[in-house]
Design a protein around this ligand. Structure first.
Ligand code: C2E
Ligand code: MG
Ligand code: MG
Length: 557
């Protein structure tokens, strides 16, 4: 019965007779499975016969230790099974007690095969430190490593940290699918790996962010490396047979020149990356102390922007839009201004981008909509109000209900509201933006494409969505008299407008000559300083109601 119990134990149990050269006197089934032998062949044999010299020596030294210790010893060991496959064993050994203080004769061993356990553990440890997609070290690995690396950096032995970002990666992911996005990241990873030295590290920090830690001597060497990197990444990527060009940006900080601790080094590389991103093209930037000041300024502005809405520091100015068939006012464009308590009037371009980055544009945009609709609702019924919406508002699921609520609460007829968007709305996420635009249009709201001709100028979105109005960017108006290229574009836009049945508007009219040319080319509407600057509500209303109850045309002003 005892034999049967011992043979059915899930762990290997063996007993050696130490007075007879360590011959096995007990060797259960599980032990046989571990070493790959029939237990009957093992009984009566010693390690010397069963294993090679090296393995025998190891076993014997452990046996000696157990005998000397007079207690249980436990350890992990690697051994080769008879078929040559290495196994990891967790073993405990102890001498069996003899009566009356006699020298122990029998040695009991219990062994467990922990090979699978250990390999799962090793795999988990690897996965915890590596990125599953690219196989590169991940953020945790990088965080571990940069700490020691930064501490070890000195003037003779500097450390360069490069943050690399694939610009507009989200766009590729959204437009080409996640498989293409994954393929792109893997190709970027392998190009980076090929360029770095043996002691350097490249890690994927997440998304489209990579970090490189390099032991390069001197700023020139880092510059040279960054250029090689950008060159390697400028070669188009193969995404399912299609060539894809991407913009890659790099921010660089060097220890100890820019920072001597890992946290500061990372923050500074991040600031440099941010500065590189601002340039809008594939480039690299080294950290400079001005970047920190700029970041502090931005941070302060974010804090103040949070307050601005609560403290009622925003105001809308209204710029007249003139229709050229009768030179009357067609409506106004609402343009936001920030009355800063110490810095005076701040133009939108100085704070809208920050509001967009922080998501504050959502509540600010909601305020703009309500304010603008509320004002327009009191005007004569033929006047329209144009409101600029930012791409971030389109990403926010509440947009449609916000617009509906603004119309309902102010009582403005939907067809009097004109929403201006730029083509970035299409770059961001077409699948989300298009249905939203269609839903807004179905409510009767007019949709205008703003700053037409700038940005990527892909014409495909004109086919994807039936815009009610095309607003030609003012940069094309500026050189219309002198630059024949601009005139050609102006004409083409009139053609596109009539082809798509959309009103054409020219922005930024500053001179009488520009007005005459655009009139001659057949534009439907114009807007610009010549016809009226953006003005406070009171002035806009004075213009609407000047002298009479009915609106007057600008040409008669
Ligand atoms: P935009 O929508 O293209 O607005 C036209 C901009 O051109 C306005 O600048 C206006 O003052 C300016 N402008 C008008 N006529 C002329 C002209 O004859 N010459 C010149 N040089 N400029 C002219 P502003 O008010 O500084 O606004 C700049 C941009 O800020 C706007 O460009 C729009 O994209 C954004 N923006 C303004 N208000 C809002 C808002 O409430 N929400 C959002 N999301 N963006 C806004
Ligand atoms: Mg606009
Ligand atoms: Mg514009």
């Amino acid at each position: 019965m005892l034999d049967s119990i011992v043979d059915n134990l899930p762990v290997g149990v063996f007993v050696k007779d130490m007075e007879a050269d360590g011959l096995y006197v007990l060797f259960n089934e599980a032990c046989g499975a571990i070493v790959g032998r029939d237990p009957f062949d093992v009984l009566g044999q010693s390690d010397r016969i069963l294993f090679d010299d090296k393995q025998t020596a190891i076993f014997r030294s452990q046996d000696a230790k157990a005998l000397m210790a007079g207690a249980t010893i436990s350890f992990e060991e690697t051994m080769q099974r008879t078929d040559g496959v290495p196994r990891i064993l967790r073993t405990v050994k102890r001498a069996l007690p003899e009566p009356e203080g006699r020298t122990p004769r029998y040695l009991l061993g219990i062994s467990q095969d922990v090979t699978e356990e250990r390999s799962v553990e090793a795999r988990l440890a690897y996965m915890a430190m590596h990125d599953a997609l690219t196989g590169l070290p991940n953020r945790a690995f990088f965080a571990d490593h940069i700490q020691t690396a930064a501490r070890g950096a000195n003037a003779e032995n500097p450390l360069a940290l490069l943050y690399l970002d694939v610009d507009h990666f989200k766009h590729i992911n959204d437009s080409k699918g996640h498989a293409a996005g994954d393929a792109l990241l893997c190709q970027v990873a392998s190009r980076l790996t090929r360029l770095i030295g043996n002691n350097d590290i490249v890690a994927r920090l997440g998304g489209d962010e990579f970090a490189l830690l390099l032991r390069l001597d001197g700023r020139e060497a880092v510059e040279c490396f960054a250029e090689r990197l950008l060159k390697a990444l400028s070669v188009p990527f193969d995404l399912d047979g299609a060539n894809e060009h991407v913009t890659c940006i790099i921010g660089i900080a060097i220890a100890p020149e820019h920072a001597d601790d890992d946290d500061v080094l990372m923050r500074h590389a991040d600031l440099a990356l941010y500065a590189a991103k601002e340039s809008g093209r594939s480039t690299y930037r080294f950290y400079r102390s001005e970047m920190r000041l700029e970041a502090e300024r931005r941070h302060l502005m974010i804090v103040e922007l949070h307050d601005a809405l609560l403290k009622g520091q925003f105001e809308l100015h209204y710029q007249p839009i003139v229709q050229l068939d009768d030179d009357g006012i067609a409506g106004f464009e609402a343009l936001i201004r920030w009355h800063h308590p110490t810095r005076g009037l701040i133009p939108p371009m100085d704070f809208i981008p920050i509001a967009e980055e922080t998501g504050l544009i959502v509540p600010i945009g909601e305020w703009v909509l309500r304010e603008a609709c509320g004002a327009a609702a009191t005007w004569p019924g033929h006047l329209k109000i144009a409101v600029n919406l930012s791409v971030c508002q389109f990403r926010h699921s509440k947009l449609l209900s916000t617009v509906v609520a603004a119309l309902n609460d102010t009582g403005l007829r939907p067809d009097r509201l004109e929403i201006e968007i730029t083509e970035s709305v299409f770059l961001a996420d077409v699948e989300q933006s298009l249905p939203l635009l269609r839903a807004l249009k179905e409510l009767g709201i007019r949709i205008a494409i703003d700053d037409f001709g700038t940005g990527y100028s892909s014409l495909s979105y004109l086919r994807a969505f039936a815009f009610d109005k095309i607003k030609l960017d003012r940069s094309f108006v500026a050189g219309i008299e002198t630059d024949p290229g601009n005139l050609a574009i102006v004409r083409a836009v009139v053609g596109i407008g009539s082809g798509f049945n959309a009103t054409t508007l020219a922005e930024g009219i500053e001179t009488e000559e520009q007005l005459q040319s655009l009139r001659a080319e057949g534009f439907g509407e114009v807007q610009g300083y010549l016809l009226g600057r953006p003005m406070p509500l009171q002035e806009a209303e004075a213009l609407i109601y000047r002298g009479t109850d009915s609106p007057v045309s600008l040409s008669k002003c």
